[in-house]
Design a protein around this ligand. Structure first.
Ligand code: CAA
Length: 278
């Protein structure tokens, strides 16, 4: 299989695939980015060995199943390609058009988009029936869920093959249709936005809000920690996309998050968000 775009999500998906025994070609746009993704994947696989979660031989076999490239043509032999590039419609449509020319007629193309319409991504292709959504959650190797999303023209076969592949990766897949935010983000994004608004309304500190949601609502991490993990830019972008489609005020990104995004406070990836990271 192939993964296009090896940021946090794409690298996590590629890691899952090689751990599940699938030969995987990962594509990035520069050798440096490809190398960084490869280092990230081997780091987490090595950590699993150190923590006794994976045998050394299984780790070595997983690493050997991963090949990295900057050439899209190297994905030509794949049966399934998962796209995890930038969350913008035009580059995704362009990529899908290129993939169409490369892949065999029976190959499937899945997008990991969290905010865009899969039907729109598929619209520019000549075989939209082979396109589905496979939406993983951050961090992809650890979060058990994958949403399998059916676009308007996805075939039953593509939909069920993607579902079965989710199971092969050891995930709990759920089926849904292509609607804004699909299932989890439709609920989680406005909820996280409410959490951020309550910071100002209740004049609660970031730490106390996180403590409140962890110890009062049983969340594994607090909302501010979670938005830092997801990336403040990613969260604002997804909120904007949901608001544009649903027009519910709770979907709109809170001004505080927009200001943080504009200031470059993006969370863990930039070293600073609600919290500061090494
Ligand atoms: N592969 C393997 N291990 C990884 C990893 C990866 N890619 N990334 C992180 N880890 C490991 C780290 O190595 C770390 O272990 P060490 O410190 O020992 O190295 C470990 O994960 C994290 O350690 P924690 O003790 O913090 O782990 P935890 O047991 O508390 O669980 C968690 C971490 C699973 C992230 C948990 O806190 C959780 O479930 N948080 C909620 C996350 C969530 O809600 N995600 C959804 C975000 S929304 C989204 O993704 C949708 C979207 O479209 C934007």
């Amino acid at each position: 299989m192939g993964v296009v775009g090896l940021g946090a999500m794409g690298a996590g998906i590629a890691q899952l695939c090689v751990e599940a025994g699938v030969d995987t070609v990962g594509r990035e746009i520069s050798p440096e980015l490809a190398e960084r993704a490869g280092d990230r994947i081997t780091h987490f696989l090595t950590r699993k060995v150190e923590k006794g979660q994976l045998e050394q031989e299984a780790r070595d076999a997983a690493v050997s199943r991963l090949s990295l490239t900057t050439e899209l043509a190297d994905l030509g032999g794949c049966d399934l390609v998962i796209e995890a590039i930038v969350e913008e419609l035009a580059p995704k449509q362009e990529l899908f058009a290129e993939l169409e020319l490369l892949l065999s007629a029976g190959a499937l193309i899945a997008t990991n988009t969290s905010a865009l319409s899969i039907t729109e991504i598929a619209a520019g292709t000549s075989k939209p029936e082979r396109i589905v959504g496979m939406h993983f959650f951050n961090p992809a190797p650890l979060m058990p869920l994958v949403e399998i999303i059916r676009a308007e023209l996805s075939s039953d076969e593509a939909f069920e093959t993607a579902y079965a592949f989710g199971e092969k990766l050891g995930k709990h897949p759920i089926r849904c249709y292509d609607t804004p935010g699909f299932v989890v983000n439709r609920v989680l994004i406005p909820l996280l936005n409410d959490c951020i608004r309550v910071l100002d309304e209740a004049r609660v500190t970031v730490e106390d809000l996180d403590t409140g949601m962890k110890h009062g609502a049983g969340w594994p991490m607090g909302p501010c920690e979670l938005v830092d993990l997801v990336g403040i830019d990613v969260h604002v972008h997804a909120s904007d996309a949901l608001y544009e489609k649903l027009r519910e005020p709770r979907m709109a990104p809170p001004p505080r998050l927009v200001a943080m995004r504009n200031a470059g406070l993006l969370g863990r990836k930039s070293g600073r968000g609600f919290y500061t990271y090494d």
